[in-house]
Design a protein around this ligand. Structure first.
Ligand code: G6P
Length: 610
């Protein structure tokens, strides 16, 4: 998704902006650009189609110099990926704008501007913003000009604006798309994500919806809220450190993040477990009273987070006795939802900025829920700020577009929610104590699964030449199979589908032959025998089977059957453990195929548009 960087500094900002763009590459994009203002008020811009490296090469040949500037990575929405459509967009040679989001009324505005004599150089919705601000700024005061224009925009945006008449100023604004201010020493910065600025500061102001900000020399930061009133927003220190944004010794961020799972799962549990039960207080002081009233849960999310929600439904119904409905946010928000009395609304999101999930939360607030809980990985994100209760997943920054550690820590957070609800609703104390004990063992078991990496890598060769793959699971492992299929298609571009194994004979069996590898998730649970029969159905049709099974299960390698054994784990936690080999399998297949593992084509880390 588009990324914004801006700076007003004591030095040439080109390097800061370029480094910021590199750090935002993980969000997914197709072109990049940068504009700076010289002290003499001269506006200069460079843009390039493709990777930030292409922009960097252009800047090496034609460098820019200026103490204020804005930069952008674009993920095409209006208009194809091209240099003309890349940001910053200019109006004349004095004003430049970068924009993340979608302006819904851009056609009407474009018509109005064309009638007034403005020419358009791109197909983007953003260019209307540039011309509108240029027109308003003729009356002086860039910040007020921006505010007048914002009042005319329908849709979502984060903006960065520079103007030759105010050469040491950058204006930022946000509504519906994230934007933070980096507070430096006598310098100030703007970015879509704190990670973009960790090389220059670890202190951030998280702008609120409707805020407009002026950065000016000496590190001056002035924030106006949606009503135009000057406000002080708190400065928060970013706690994850900059190390999280580097690959270390790993070839890809995704591999590093897969291997971080034992540590981050331990972090997600820290301070949340008592001796024999979960600490309900870790959800906040109001949690206990609220949880005692919960009769139903509606769980809403997108992508990988949605799969976490699907797993949680099995847990919440089995251990807490609470009926759960799970839905993708983009469907939920447009449905006439009936909310039974005392229903808790839960959102799941690694980024906390997914447009559909955020819109679902805002929609839900009008529907009479008991309250809202966000399970999220990014402190200070919009979802966290707008929810009644929050549970942070503590995975640290995740850079690979394909979510791995964010997913498994979401599952951990969801087991904690299950136990917290179970506890206030009278779950058997011994059952709770067994699960708490199993949670404590989980990081070690995940580490044992990671040690199987070479064996999983060896399996990957069987997939690299295939066009399709089928994933099977039963019960809570059906969503795990869905997640395995999603990982494979996201990064290796192999078409993969997942089915509850019992559905095989109702359709997908027709596809099974020697060219269709079938991956089965086979923990030692009550559905194992049924799963084994489903696997026979595959073998009988010549399908090649790859089975991830419990070490205690009597399943043997044979012709067309490869079995990989995982440590035995408490039933309830098996979905977390069995996710890990599927992540590794997708990773190794993608590496063999030579795809861009951390930034797969057409995808974005955080989808901040609808
Ligand atoms: C994008 C990402 C996925 C993610 C989904 C939901 O599609 O590429 O990895 O699962 O958004 O994101 P969220 O931040 O809400 O979990």
């Amino acid at each position: 998704m588009c990324g914004i960087v801006g700076a007003v500094a004591q030095r040439n900002v080109q390097g800061i902006l370029l480094e910021g763009l590199k750090r935002l590459e993980y969000r997914g994009y197709d072109s990049a650009g940068l504009a700076v203002l010289g002290r003499d008020g001269r506006l200069s811009r460079r843009r390039a189609l493709g990777k930030v490296a292409a922009l960097e090469a252009r800047l090496a040949e034609f460098p820019l110099a200026g103490h204020s500037g804005i930069a952008h990575t674009r993920w095409a929405t209006h208009g194809r990926p091209s240099e003309e459509n890349a940001h910053p967009h200019q109006s004349g040679d004095r004003l430049a704008v970068v924009h993340n989001g979608i302006i819904e009324n851009h056609e009407i505005l474009r018509g109005e501007l064309e009638a007034a004599g403005y020419g358009f150089a791109s197909e983007t919705d953003t260019e209307v913003i540039a011309h509108l601000i240029e027109r308003e700024a003729r009356e002086g005061d860039l910040l007020q000009a921006v505010r007048r224009v914002l009042a005319r925009l329908d849709g979502a945006y984060a903006l960065g604006v520079i103007h030759a008449d105010e050469p040491d100023v950058v204006i930022g604004a946000r509504k519906g798309s994230p934007l933070v201010v980096g507070v430096g020493i006598e310098e100030a910065f703007l970015a879509s994500d704190p990670l973009a600025l960790l090389q220059v500061t670890d202190r951030f102001i998280y702008l609120e919806e409707g805020d407009v900000v002026r950065l000016s020399p000496g590190g001056r930061v002035e924030v106006l809220d949606a009503a135009g009133t000057a406000v002080e927003r708190p400065v928060q220190t970013f706690e994850h450190g900059d190390g999280a944004a580097s690959k270390g010794d790993y070839r890809h961020f995704m591999l590093k993040e897969i291997h971080e799972q034992p540590a981050v799962i331990a972090a997600a549990l820290e301070g949340r477990l008592g001796e024999r039960s979960v600490l309900v207080e870790s959800f906040g002081p109001d949690a206990e009273a609220l949880f005692a009233r919960v009769k139903q849960i509606h769980l809403v999310a997108c992508g990988t987070s949605y799969h976490a929600g699907m797993v949680a439904r099995y847990w919440l119904e089995r251990y807490a006795g609470v009926p759960v409905q799970v839905e993708v946010a983009s469907e939920y928000r447009y449905r006439r939802v009936v909310v039974p009395e005392d229903t808790l609304f839960v959102t799941l999101s690694q980024s906390g900025e997914t447009a559909d999930t955020l819109a679902a939360l805002r929609f839900a607030k009008e529907l009479g829920y008991l309250g809202s809980l966000a399970i999220c990985n990014v402190p200070g994100s919009s979802l966290v700020r707008e929810s009644d209760l929050t549970l942070m997943t503590q995975a640290g920054p995740e850079i690979g577009v394909a979510s791995t550690k964010a997913f498994t820590t979401q599952l951990v957070a969801l087991t904690l929610l299950t136990l917290a609800l179970g506890r206030v609703r009278g779950q058997d104390a011994d059952e709770q104590a067994t699960l708490v004990e199993a949670l404590r063992r989980l990081p070690g078991q995940v580490a044992r699964v990671l040690a199987l990496d070479p064996a999983i890598e060896a399996l990957s060769a069987a997939f690299a030449e295939k066009y399709h793959a089928l994933f099977l699971g039963r019960g809570a492992h059906f969503p795990v199979a869905l997640e395995g299929a999603l990982k494979l298609k996201e990064i290796s571009y192999i078409h993969a589908e997942a089915y509850p194994a019992g559905e095989l004979k109702h359709g997908p069996l027709a596809l099974v032959d020697g060219e269709m590898p079938v991956i089965a998730v086979a923990p030692n649970d009550e559905l194992l025998e049924k799963l084994k029969s489903n696997l026979q159905e595959v073998r009988a049709r010549g399908g090649e089977l790859f089975v991830f099974a419990d070490e205690q299960v009597a399943l043997a390698d044979g012709e067309g059957v490869r079995v990989l054994r995982l440590p035995h784990v408490e039933d309830a936690l098996a979905p977390i453990l069995y996710t890990v080999p599927l992540q590794l399998l997708a990773y190794h297949v993608a590496v063999l195929k030579g795809t861009d593992v951390d930034q797969p084509r057409n995808l974005a880390k955080s989808v901040t548009v609808e």
